[in-house]
Write a protein that binds this ligand. Structure first.
Ligand SMILES: C[S@@+](CC[C@H](N)C(=O)[O-])C[C@H]1O[C@@H](n2cnc3c(N)ncnc32)[C@H](O)[C@@H]1O
Length: 332
């Protein structure tokens, strides 16, 4: 059981009604709170929840339509995403309760201040390195449309400017990552056919290859519904068409690909992100057709080369700069 769920269950009597669990972990909490319903934006967690608790969790970037009488928000990873989720639930809960739960190391103490616009927050519990906060919504805010929180910037590419639109919580929100910038400079001579942008975030790589190689089919894949929504906005802002899918890891990708491009997930200490990247390197060959290519950018200190060579084929370093490397390997 996730420690945040354990903290909720210490006061389970508070959560027996039709409570919305926003950003819930994929654990047994729905089993322990039979009238609760989930709202999830992580495709892997959603698949695990669906398998165990069919129809009990809603997936996507918008608060579920169904009625709920209180909400627990599991502290999201970014401040602006927390603001969006809190606003979305509080706008539906005039005079009712919103709870915020999170780990101390994720900054729950500071994040509790984000409850201030709705009323007077109280700390209800502190245990398992987590805190649980509560506020009664005195003035329900108007719901902010998600698009109003989007940030846009423009990239001067050789083929003309590319507009990139990102939503709260999405990697490198409102700016281009240095690793992605290096990969954008090394998108030449890709085999043509079906291209995949793995871990697409705001869709900068997928949109750039679709712009450069318009006759190729391009698929963009991310585990996060906000990233997929951003990628759709980026493609639309540039008049480009490509498939955007949500799924957990390379297993969710199509087969028969000509190239996989990625600035793969990497976060110190977050095991699942290592796993997604390792799994990509191990299984890329299965998703590439013969002669298909994996082209990655990664921090120079990450030792991906041996893993790529073990599972795919000879791996060359195509470029290096500012602490990043571009790796390139073909399926023989
Ligand atoms: C380093 S970011 C790169 C984003 C974007 N391609 C760019 O260059 O700005 C890695 C992305 O991988 C996504 N990701 C993390 N785990 C994943 C998984 N298991 N399956 C698919 N995507 C994942 C994250 O949501 C994030 O958007």
């Amino acid at each position: 059981m996730d420690p945040r769920s354990e903290v909720l269950l210490r006061q389970a009597e508070l959560f027996q009604g039709s409570v919305l669990l926003a950003g819930l972990p994929a654990d047994d909490l729905l089993g322990r709170l039979p009238a609760a319903h989930g709202w999830c934006w992580h495709a892997g967690d959603q698949a695990a929840l669906d398998a165990r608790f069919a129809e009990r969790s809603h997936f996507g970037v918008n608060v579920p339509q169904r009625e709920f009488h209180s909400a627990v928000v599991f502290l999201p990873k970014s401040k602006d995403l927390t603001d969006y989720i809190l606003n979305a639930v509080a706008s539906r809960l005039e005079g009712r309760e919103v709870f915020l739960v999170g780990e101390k190391k994720s900054g729950i103490e500071g994040a509790a201040k984000q409850l201030n616009p709705f009323g007077k927050p109280r700390k209800l519990d502190s245990a398992r390195h987590c805190q649980l906060w509560q506020v009664t919504v005195a003035n329900a805010p108007a719901a902010k449309p998600l698009e109003s929180l989007a940030q846009a910037y423009e990239l001067p590419l050789a083929e003309g400017p590319l507009k990139v639109i990102s939503l709260p919580g999405v990697f490198s929100h409102g700016r281009l990552d240095r690793g992605s910038a290096l990969l954008l400079e090394h998108l030449d001579k890709l085999p043509s056919g079906h291209l995949l942008d793995f871990g697409c975030g705001a869709g900068v790589l997928g949109a750039a290859v679709k712009r450069r190689y318009p006759h190729n089919q391009v698929t963009l894949l991310d585990v996060d519904a906000f990233a997929a929504a951003s990628s759709r906005l980026t493609l639309a802002a540039n008049g480009l068409e490509a498939d955007v899918i949500t799924g957990d890891g390379i297993d969710a990708a199509p087969m028969g690909l000509s190239a996989i491009l990625s600035n793969p997930p990497f976060h110190v200490g977050v095991h699942t992100d290592y796993f997604a990247t390792e799994n990509l390197l191990r299984k890329a060959a299965k998703h590439l057709k013969n002669g298909g290519e994996l082209r990655l950018v990664a921090n120079s200190f990450l030792k991906y080369q041996p893993l790529i060579e073990e599972h795919l084929g000879v791996c060359a370093i195509k470029a290096e700069g500012q602490g990043f490397r571009i790796y390139r390997a073909k399926r023989g």
